[in-house]
Design a protein around this ligand. Structure first.
Ligand code: UD1
Length: 359
């Protein structure tokens, strides 16, 4: 069996790592193609190192660009590689531009495509990721879902039963695998952060690209920072917007993006998390840490129905929601299949379908 993994942007890497490890145990041939969508050391190389992912076999070095430019560049550079290597399966992860670009190339070459984290929907097409998810799922031959509701969504969309496999959440495989090392890293102590801190991440265009919205978000975070420490590792896109806006940050503590281990140490010991990231909504649920998601919707509803996540569409409401934790902290429970064995189930699902190369 030969599987070829596509990795492009930061959230892909913790999903790829456990699948790669499980496929190693199975003795499979593996190829890693990095599209180069994320290229900063802090967003890419550091994750490969910390998660023990081998150096990519190919790097397409596409860099940044508009959505069409980035997607087109990936497609153009990936096609000859897939054509030459002809793996049994192409594995794509999550919902970034690299995911959909690779899905288009693989399916047109008649190479079987498996989507890890299939079936998530925000039902909000103003999010580029929603378009990436819909198109990728439509093309995939194997839909590997992280939660039961994702499978139901796919069936409602008409996907055949035999293409859908509930495998659980592969991100949580990574979280559980590295949590002891993250906690032993001493990052929180080194930064002088106690258990009363709120950790913030924001990078969605809907929060940071509109100056009026960004000003409201920053005002909300400043209000929280009057009460307790607020730490904000800033994505490059957000940093640029903050510089452009020249907003005053008050007591908010800004820092450069941190690696996976440092982030996990910060989040696992946090009083609460404020975010618009998909991954953090899941990680906080797995860790039992309260999470406030500054969005009107989520493609991960299980983090609300079962976990510790709460949507806060209006930033003006944030400080009161954080303050309310003094009297009530959400209990939450761990969703089914968020148990550290999702990658093993992915390998089993692929094994069941065998290794012949064409669709
Ligand atoms: C991408 C994903 C998003 C994911 C996020 C995680 C898409 C559509 N978006 O968003 O789903 O949640 O990654 O981080 O695929 N930049 C750098 N260094 C880099 C990469 C980017 O400085 O290594 C800057 C560039 O100015 C670039 C901007 O960030 O234009 C946006 O990068 P891009 O990959 O287009 O989207 P993200 O916002 O990172």
């Amino acid at each position: 069996m030969h599987v070829l993994h596509i990795a492009g942007a930061r959230p892909n890497f913790p999903k790829l790592a456990p699948v790669h490890r499980a496929a190693c145990v199975a003795g499979w041939q593996q190829t890693i193609v990095h599209t180069g969508q994320h290229y900063d050391v802090a967003l890419s190389e550091q994750f490969f190192r910390e998660l023990s992912i081998p150096h990519p076999d190919e790097n397409l070095e596409v860099g940044s660009g508009t959505h069409a430019v980035q997607t087109a560049r990936i497609m153009e550079r990936l096609e000859p590689i897939l054509d030459a290597r002809r793996p049994d399966w192409v594995l794509v992860y999550g919902d970034v531009n690299s995911t959909v670009a690779a899905a288009l190339v693989a399916s047109k070459l008649g190479i079987r495509l498996a989507h890890v984290e299939a079936g998530l929907r925000s039902f909000d097409r103003s999010m580029p990721e929603e378009i990436n998810r819909m198109v990728t799922d439509r093309l995939a031959d194997l839909l590997l879902t992280p939660s039961r509701d994702a499978g139901e969504t796919l069936r409602r969309e008409g996907e055949p039963d035999d293409e859908i496999e509930f495998v659980g959440n592969v991100m949580i495989d990574t979280l559980l695998h590295v949590l002891p090392a993250a906690r032993a890293s001493g990052v929180r102590a080194g930064l002088g952060v106690g258990d009363d801190a709120v950790i913030v991440t924001l990078h969605r265009p809907s929060n940071v690209d509109d100056p009026v919205r960004l000003a409201r978000v920053v005002a909300a975070l400043r209000a929280v920072a009057e009460e307790r420490p607020v730490l904000f590792p800033v994505h490059p896109r957000t940093r640029q917007r903050l510089v452009d806006s020249a907003l005053s940050l008050g007591r908010i503590r800004i820092m450069d993006p941190v690696g996976y281990l440092a982030m996990l140490d910060l989040v696992s010991g946090a009083y609460a998390v404020v975010t618009d990231s998909g991954g953090l909504q899941e990680e906080t649920t797995a860790l039992g840490v309260p999470c406030f998601t500054l969005r009107p919707n989520t493609e991960r509803p299980v983090t609300i129905t079962e976990g510790t996540n709460e949507l806060v569409p209006d930033p003006d409401a944030l400080a009161a929601r954080v303050a309310a934790l003094r009297t009530h902290r959400p209990a939450g429970r761990i969703p089914e299949g968020w148990d550290g064995a999702a990658a093993t189930r992915i390998v089993a699902a692929l094994t069941k379908r065998g290794g012949s190369a064409s669709v």
